[in-house]
Design a protein around this ligand. Sequence first.
Ligand code: DGJ
Length: 725
Amino acid sequence: MAISFNQEKQFFHLSNDSISYIIGIEKETFLCHRYFGKAIKNFTGNLDFPVTTGAFSVTPFPEDPHFSPHTRLLETSTNTSGDFRVPNYQIRNEAGKTVTDFRYHSYQITKGKKPLSGLPSLRGNEEEVTTLEILLVDKIQNLHMTLVYSLYEKAPIITRHTIFENHGKNTIFLENAGSMMMDLPESDYELITLYGSHANEAHLSREKLRPGINRIESTRGTSSPQYQPFLGLSEKETTQFSGEITGFHFVYSGNFIAQVEKTQYQTSRVQIGIHPDTFDWRLLPNESFTTPEVVLNYSNKGFNGLSQNFHKIYQKHLAPESFKDTQRPILLNSWEGNYFDFTTDSLLKQIKKAADLGIELFVLDDGWFGKRNDDHSSLGDWFVNTDKLPGGLEKIAKAVHEQTMQFGIWFEPEMISRESDLYKKHPDWALHVTPYPSLESRSQLVLDLSRIEVQDYIIESLSKHLETGTIDYVKWDMNRHLSEVGNDQLEATRQKEISHRYVLGLYHILEVLTQRFPAVLFENCSSGGGRFDPGMMYYMPQTWTSDNTDALCRSQIQYGYSFLYPPIMMGAHVSDVPNHQVGRITPLNTRGYLAMSGNFGYENNLNQLSETDQIVIKEQIAFYKAHRKLFQFGHFYRLLDPTSTFATSWLFADENEVFVVYFHGLSQPSAETIFLKLHYLDENATYEDNKTKVVYSGSELNQIGLVVRGAREDFHTTTFHLKKL
Ligand code: DGJ
């Protein structure tokens, strides 16, 4: 059995071939963390608990004064019960009191995994997952807290979330409803996070855990480009290829907190949840609240091992069913090549050229609706601008389909421009706090997605377009963060529910639309990677990774995101040079390999493409089509950390072939020769170089490596393509 309970020794053991997670019950009261890591084959429960005793201990057991929640390794806790570390929950009652006393009550083990009500979560059937639910009860107020653990049989992955239920007679308020907490007995870890900003996302931070609270967070209303809702704890020695790391990834797209407290006793508390600063949830008698899910991932095969686990589980159990095994089309997006400046004719010409080049999907980005000729107006008016596009979207869609390509359009459904018909009709639909002015960002306001009428408006205005059956793809954009989070609908004590209700509203809209139109491919975007998180990937299987399309910057950004997401989830497009974001000129060949290393596409204005570039692009597309299976469904490994000259390298491998990309970055004098060890080839197989036809053994390629010679050109790319014999 994947999850067992030892009655005599009072512990739960969740285990599969690769991991064990052990939870003990102490004094029939506390749920204590005992272990998470490599599988323990035979756990006897006879080893001592790691326990510290300390001054200032508060105890519920006067006969055992050293037993304090403050010194135990716990699975859930609050700081109003004598534990002074970062809490995982806090409940206030009608009298304003925040003391609770949750004690272990019972457990249940079931096959499979239930979906989380109103929230995205990893999927899994009865053969794939076993779930443990542990109930804790506060008998004084009759409150229930259920900790839910789902273990995947064939992956080093456990998901966790918490359910709060009010079985009492009075209303309570959840001031903090964390998704998970875990105390580890050690603290000599390095904390891994991904930080960034708009057009500069997903930089890796690796810092020794310092005493006190190490925290990342978002209060922007979205998961944000500033911090990915992820943290990892690794050993000092962990590399891409070896060593231990545990990752925690939050399946949520709104305000979050993710923190590790290195305590006075050199233990570590990991805690993740909705950000309590912008949260306060009323729970009436008989109501319950389900927190979002956290994905726990353990690897003793270094960072690549951790990434492999995430890539596989997200492809198989997170991406929408209809797209998880579906190959993705090569697209041309109109944005960087045209911005708002296009006509039906200029688009039709590009569509024709796109078809000649072999492109499979044409996406009409911003600027097709209302009076939108710049970014000052029309968000919310989702009807086509027939002055600009006579013949409407139908004419363009028809031309695209005649070329046997697919047609996609852009929406930014969560927004409203002051200059729009929608705002004239429903000024109160924007988030606002009367009598303060609502502040603009990119000249736009945010619709209050917590309101049902707003959710319905978005669902219906998009459905009208999708019902025509002419739209195969939607790019769902979101280009500002939330301010003035409030409305005149909810009563005073519930205003702090709005941030979470916004996210629930968004998930509801996405659930309805993706169920109603299962064949439409949705691409997630928030000015690029501003809301690139597992919550969004549950509905939309790919994300526009970054507004930065410069090849050098992309080599860093895609490197960072690849820790968590497989290439098929990361939109990556070749664009014109000098690059529009940083002004850099990089070779087309390099831009091509960078884009092929993600979900491949183009952003160029095809009407302005030189003959030579057209030939190269045609070759790139033909090459990608021939090896699409490898790029989209193969294994992806990082071979080199980006160096000070920005060089980096990665590898795609499947059962038939191998593709190695080495980006030189900046050229150097006396450039060194690199031996690129491939690490992940089959030791017992031989491989033939497609160009030279030279044959190598997998073992020599893994341990000695391919030779990459220094290039006399900035941003040059060297590739190797090998066939497994
Ligand atoms: C931001 C996106 O990231 C871009 O790709 C583009 O769609 C613009 N918005 C359009 O306004």
